[in-house]
Write a protein that binds this ligand. Structure first.
Ligand SMILES: [Fe+2]
Ligand SMILES: [Fe+2]
Length: 362
């Protein structure tokens, strides 16, 4: 199974994983043939990538950070609670707490070394999906930073709630696609305080969760908001959250056409680390972001095309790959041509290739 852009589907590929909409309704079953009419419908629904099953990706599992049921459930609960909040000014804290616990259990059971970014990218860009994505990344990152599970949980709750203050802002402002005016920016920047005010007197909410919500837009050089805090005056939990929040926004936020590729988003984090972001936290975070996702097609220095079979957490530039074709000699390889680039040092990856494989191998 591999993930491909919808624009690379030629019309008879087999869907590898079921596709659900935001309400948890199944749009398509795995195994369905992706005919042009279906592809068109998916485009209209805002789906940009799909998992397909084909010959070259046989045996490659697309491991998700969270099973589809939990993820859909999570988005629904966050959406419900944000709606309840904007209409009735209350929320069901224990429901969110239960949700965070189940996400935490699921992720910790998987012992994540690497965040499958494309798994995250596939989701829609709305606020609730964003909260779930940030929560997943924050759990993975806080665990990697060796924090005890109790702290990880409090940070995860902060991640789930970090933008909850946006429930008090007008939808026109949240959905605006053009750049915000100065006045709108001031409005938007109220959301950390609005979110904090909502939970500050709640006895069930840990202090770490509260400050994480309040400080998630602070930057270590003082350029953030609302309090312009610097360095370690920003709570550690908030410094973790900021990195996950900005990364998800960079790769998923389709507003203003500024979605970045994973590698560019990583570059952005590195470029801003030490002044916007906590350097030590960014250093750990980028170790979890694969340069080549499993199932990606790459060109090797020996001229062969290969598919990435398994990432190597110790060296993300040298995964295990399976060669399948040489475009120059037009040679197809059988499925046993697997090489571990960590051991085969004479070969390296030149670049990832984004093309319709069927057009190359005719
Ligand atoms: Fe925010
Ligand atoms: Fe956010």
């Amino acid at each position: 199974m591999r993930l491909v852009g919808l624009d690379q589907i030629s019309g008879d590929e087999t869907l590898g994983k079921a596709i659900f909409d935001i309400d948890g309704r199944k749009l398509l079953n795995a195994g369905v043939s992706l005919r042009p009419a279906i592809v068109q419908k998916l485009f209209e629904k805002g789906v940009s990538n799909v998992y397909i099953e084909d010959d070259i990706s046989e045996g490659i599992e697309a491991e998700s950070l969270l099973c589809e049921e939990t993820r859909t459930q999570a988005k629904l609960i966050v959406r419900d609670e944000m709606n309840r909040l904007s209409q009735k000014k209350t929320m069901d804290y224990s429901r969110l707490n239960k949700l965070v616990n189940s996400i935490l259990d699921e992720i910790l059971a998987r012992k994540i070394d690497i965040i499958n970014v494309k798994d995250i990218r596939m989701q829609d860009e709305q606020t609730f999906a964003h909260c779930v994505n940030v929560c997943i990344m924050a759990i993975a990152l806080a665990t990697k930073l060796s924090l005890p599970v109790s702290k990880v949980k409090n940070i995860a709750m902060g991640a789930m709630l970090h933008d909850i203050g946006k429930a008090f802002l007008p939808p026109e402002l949240l959905n605006k696609t053009e750049p915000l005016t100065e006045a709108e920016m001031i409005e938007m920047r109220k959301h950390p305080v609005l979110g904090y005010n909502l939970i500050k007197d709640n006895d069930e909410t840990p202090a770490t969760t509260k400050v994480a919500v309040l400080m998630h837009h602070e930057h270590v050089n003082g350029s953030g908001y609302p309090m312009h805090l610097t360095g370690d005056k920003i709570h550690y939990s908030a410094r973790i959250l900021t990195v996950c929040d900005e990364f998800d926004t960079a790769i998923n936020d389709r507003k203003n056409n500024r979605v970045l590729r994973t590698t560019d988003a990583v570059e952005y984090l590195i470029g801003a680390s030490g002044h916007v972001f906590d350097k030590a936290i960014v250093d750990e975070f980028i170790k979890m972001i694969p340069i080549y996702n499993e199932g990606s097609i790459v060109l090797l220095s020996n001229g062969n095309l290969a598919i990435v079979v398994k990432n190597n957490p110790v060296n993300l530039t040298r995964p295990v790959v399976r060669m399948f074709y040489n475009p120059k000699t037009r040679t197809k390889f059988n499925k046993t041509n697997i090489i571990d680039l960590r051991k085969e040092l004479s070969i390296k990856i030149i670049r990832e290739i984004k093309v319709n494989i069927k057009e190359i191998i005719k």
